[in-house]
Design a protein around this ligand. Sequence first.
Ligand code: COA
Length: 223
Amino acid sequence: MVEGERPPHDVSLFPEESAIIANAAEKRRRDFRAGRACARLALAALGVHDVAIPSGPRREPLWPAGIVGSITHCPGYVAAAVALSEHLPALGIDAEQWGAAGSDLESFICTPAELDRYRDSGHPCWRTVVFSAKESLFKALYPVRHFELEFADVEVTLSQGRFSVSPARELGPLAADIQRIQGRFLLGRDHIFTAAWLPRAASGGAPTGSQQNSFSVSPRIAW
Ligand SMILES: CC(C)(COP(=O)(O)OP(=O)(O)OC[C@H]1O[C@@H](n2cnc3c(N)ncnc32)[C@H](O)[C@@H]1OP(=O)(O)O)[C@@H](O)C(=O)NCCC(=O)NCCS
């Protein structure tokens, strides 16, 4: 994972990447470049160099074969995380400023059961944590399943820096993926961070405990 508070200035883009932001506003261009800068460094840490990371039709980053990954940018923070798909079949990360999701959004973000669970829980910034957890989930699963999950489709359970997700309606085969998702959240000074990933399936070989249960954030590079 590669992260930073301020993006580097000297990122060169491949033509297919430049085309994505050709008509974009300056802020979007900065965000895109910052995300690609983090992604390049993250890929380099896996030994992958000089590859474009274009975007798919639903804006999903298109990683080189054998790689999964995710990008996030918000005011004051940008990051990219990558992994070998043989280790993690799906990975999503998200960062939000504290309180990004206000009470006006809570009935859009949360199911009635989540509102019952968290409204009086005293959990700091619960709306933003639930929002970010669902964004991470979406970013992890969309590239592999191409499914347009809605916020009301799933329920997030937060517990001591971890979260799990369960379907809130009939979601067909996607339900099994959702139930297998593992999540982490971290409350930083200015930001809330979440990560969601699918552990490698038992049928894909004999996973070790750490491959199955933990998200390695190493090497972690900041500038
Ligand atoms: C895709 C989405 C989650 C991105 O969130 P965002 O507010 O733009 O926030 P971030 O800055 O953290 O993330 C942007 C990055 O996400 C990645 N991303 C965008 N669409 C994606 C997708 N369909 N799948 C995976 N990653 C995606 C991109 O890398 C993008 O950066 P880039 O365009 O510079 O490459 C959001 O725009 C969205 O569509 N949300 C609705 C779907 C959703 O979250 N549902 C919840 C269901 S439980």
